[in-house]
Design a binder for this molecule. Structure first.
Ligand SMILES: Nc1ncnc2c1ncn2[C@@H]1O[C@H](COP(=O)(O)OP(=O)(O)OP(=O)(O)O)[C@@H](O)[C@H]1O
Length: 308
């Protein structure tokens, strides 16, 4: 069974103006996006800032009003109204552990918050559950009485993870979960999330602008540009056989850690950048929007114009 199915999702934000503050136009933050996520996989949503990744994630979470399309979770339509039990199955972890944890609350209250919304536990049971969750994410049970500022960035992200897994969700949406962390801590947190995924049978929707991180984490990847998909494929298809010029440009921009390849890489990147400018009109319509996706293989779809 497909865990999440997003079908022709549209999220448009009104732009208001004039003395009557009427709607004069709209920002098409997400404009016809479709993808499916299978249980147990990590699906990456990639694109530069403003491409619509966060808006897509928030729509799945029910945090954004949907302009069009449908979202199904385990074959049940999510946007039909509030389905409390389904909502419990989907949790989101945000980019910045500094601002997503309330600085005035103790760790106990931060992690217990979702439990208090859904489960009626005694104070003693709640404390025990929070301590178990802390241990699961590698923090000491004594942390319950501390405040967020007493932890490092990586530890704070672990507190966010403990809160997200408190209700035993099936799907976790991670929006740039490590971008605010030092590079040295990023790999640690990512590896820990992979271990946790296996242990708890989790499915991840992983939102990131960083293709290096996505390569490490994801099984399949969707590439967004300007509110639309330009390409979708397995990790191998996206990295070894990118077919849309925008994907090619993103892949070419990944830094190579081997200094010997530096010159070659810079030249190649420059070449792809020129190709992007020169062939933009072949890949996007008059409004600069991507075309409909067309299948290249069973798993690979690319937004190319109709031939002829
Ligand atoms: N609440 C809102 N009201 C108006 N416009 C919005 C709102 N939320 C997002 N947008 C606009 O929608 C577009 C897509 O934004 P979104 O945050 O989804 O992109 P993103 O790919 O996640 O980028 P980033 O990585 O910078 O968060 C942007 O043009 C943004 O300014």
């Amino acid at each position: 069974m497909t865990l999440l199915k997003v079908d022709d999702l549209k999220v448009h934000f009104p732009i208001r103006g004039g003395i009557l503050n009427r709607k004069i136009d709209s920002i098409k933050a997400v404009d016809g996006v479709s993808f499916e996520i299978q249980p147990g996989e990590t699906y990456g949503l990639v694109g530069e800032s403003g491409s619509g990744k966060t808006t897509t994630g928030k729509a799945v979470m029910g945090l954004n009003k949907i302009t069009g399309g449908e979202i199904y979770f385990k074959d049940e339509l999510l946007n039909a109204g509030k389905k409390v039990n389904i909502r419990k199955d989907i949790q989101m972890i945000f980019q910045d552990p500094y601002s997503s944890l309330n600085p005035r609350k103790r760790v106990l209250d931060i992690i217990a918050e979702p439990l208090r919304n859904y489960e009626k536990l005694s104070k003693k049971e709640e404390k025990k559950k929070v301590q178990e969750l802390l241990e699961k994410v590698g923090l000491s049970p004594e942390s319950i009485l501390k405040y967020p500022h007493e932890f490092s960035g990586g530890q704070r992200q672990r507190i966010g993870v403990a809160r997200a897994i408190a209700l035993k969700p099936k799907l976790i949406i991670m929006d740039e979960p490590v971008s605010a962390l030092d590079v040295s801590v990023q790999a640690q947190v990512l590896n820990f999330m992979q271990d946790l995924q296996k242990e708890l049978n989790l499915t991840y929707l992983f939102i990131s602008h960083d293709l290096g991180v996505v390569k490490h984490m994801c099984d399949r990847i969707g590439i967004m540009y300007n509110g639309r998909y330009v390409e979708e494929g397995t990790k191998e298809e996206i990295f070894n056989d990118p077919q849309h010029i925008y994907t090619k440009r993103l892949v070419a921009a990944i830094p190579d850690i081997n200094p010997q390849n530096r010159k070659e890489n810079l030249e190649f990147r420059e070449e792809v950048k020129n190709e992007f400018s020169n062939s933009f009109n072949n890949y996007f319509d008059e409004e600069g929007l991507a075309y409909q996706l067309k299948p290249v293989t069973d798993t690979h779809r690319v937004a190319l114009p109709e031939k002829g």
